[in-house]
Design a protein around this ligand. Structure first.
Ligand SMILES: C[S@@+](CC[C@H](N)C(=O)[O-])C[C@H]1O[C@@H](n2cnc3c(N)ncnc32)[C@H](O)[C@@H]1O
Length: 367
């Protein structure tokens, strides 16, 4: 059966596996290669599953890639040349020479004596030499995904042809590289395994900033020049800082203090009160409402519904659903039901920078 690899936050494994089972044809997980990294089989293969996830994107699955070739690793530096030769033999004829590409490697077994960078360089070197295709690691249109991992006995027993290779070597566990080529847009995330890192900047106020940066990128949100934004649950002010960098005028609502570095910024207005109090205080209208309040997702959704009349026509909203503990699926469904009264849901994703939460993008409905 065709194989694929998908990733998720390991704390949300069950919900991601539910999405895979629901949307694939006879999908079955084979092995967890590392926390939240699943090797799986399904009848419709990578292309069928990826197409259905284009129409109905998953929330919890972060990244998907095909497995077109499997390479047994020796755990020596010989693997680098071996993989480069395999990449050329298997993929040089299918790589589109006119489209930029990149090799994205994940090394999930710390015993292997090479790093992702070593393999990226070697494999792209041999592919570019064979095809003339140009490497663009920032904006590739096609990606050769390489996942190096160790399979235990149980996982090996489920994949007969891998088990026989391991048996030949007389070992209980065995390391393999799984390789697959795909158009970047079908991989759900443009980043290896869905791991999107941003450089830490001087002046950064909170780690939450990464969450907003990632959300703006994933949901392809362009903010209007000199727009007006409302930041609910703004303290200490990381999201407000990101919005200011994008030249928005920001009303920051939070009973807690904002970082003093925002105090001198005339384009930031701190309403030191709760979102409920600000709603009763004749609030303005906004191009964008963001909400990262630490609050039950359903209560937060009710507040967003109440705030929808403060959104200009075609205004956008972004919010996080906090999902500690149990009943996460029911809480999400309930919160979506509340939001749909006043919003069209544009997307929902558990971003790399989300912890025990998901991020939802919405547009106000005509009222
Ligand atoms: C996760 S923090 C927000 C972090 C912020 N996005 C940043 O980037 O710095 C959650 C905030 O929600 C605020 N909060 C909780 N309930 C609130 C309410 N009813 N109204 C306004 N803010 C609230 C808390 O005071 C807290 O500062």
């Amino acid at each position: 059966m065709p194989q694929i690899i998908f990733t998720c936050d390991p704390d949300f494994n069950e919900l991601a596996l539910d999405e895979f089972r629901r949307d694939s044809v006879y999908g079955a997980p084979v092995a967890e290669l590392a926390p939240g990294v699943w090797l799986a089989e399904c009848d419709d293969g990578f292309w069928g599953l990826a197409e259905s996830w284009q129409t109905k994107p998953p929330i919890f699955v972060r990244h998907l890639c095909p497995v077109d070739a499997v390479f047994p690793l020796t755990s020596t530096s010989d693997d680098i040349a071996g993989l480069a030769a395999l990449a050329e033999a298997e993929f040089a004829t299918v790589l589109d020479p006119d489209l930029p590409y990149s090799v994205q490697t994940r090394v999930l077994d710390s015993d292997l004596p090479y790093k992702p960078f070593d393999l990226n360089i070697a494999l792209s070197g041999s592919l570019t030499e064979a095809t003339g295709a140009v490497v663009d690691v920032r904006a590739p249109e096609q990606v050769l995904s390489v996942v190096c991992a160790r399979l235990d006995e149980e996982a090996l027993s489920r994949i007969a042809f891998l088990a026989s290779q391991a048996a030949d070597s007389g070992q209980q566990t065995a390391q393999f590289a799984f390789l697959g080529l795909s158009p970047t847009y079908l991989n759900i995330s443009d980043w290896a395994g869905g791991v999107r890192r941003f450089a830490r900047e001087e002046g950064q106020i909170s780690r939450a900033e990464f969450k907003l940066l990632e959300a703006l990128e994933v949901f392809r949100i362009d903010l209007p020049p000199r727009g007006v934004a409302l930041d609910l649950g703004a303290a200490p002010g990381g999201w407000t800082r990101v919005l200011r960098q994008q030249e928005q005028f920001v009303t920051a609502v939070d009973p807690a203090e904002l970082d003093p570095r925002l105090a001198d910024d005339k384009a930031v207005r701190h309403k030191r009160m709760t979102a409920e109090e600000y709603l009763a205080d004749e609030p303005d209208e906004f191009d964008l409402i963001v909400n990262d309040m630490r609050m039950d997702a359903r209560d937060s959704a009710r507040l967003m519904v109440a705030y929808s009349k403060q959104l200009y026509r075609h205004g956008l909203a972004l919010m996080t659903f906090k999902l500690p503990g149990t009943d996460r699926k029911q809480i999400i469904d309930h919160a979506f039901g509340i939001l749909r009264q006043r919003y069209e849901i544009l997307g929902a994703r558990q971003l790399f920078h989300n912890r025990s939460e998901i991020t939802v993008a919405m547009m106000g409905k005509e009222q």
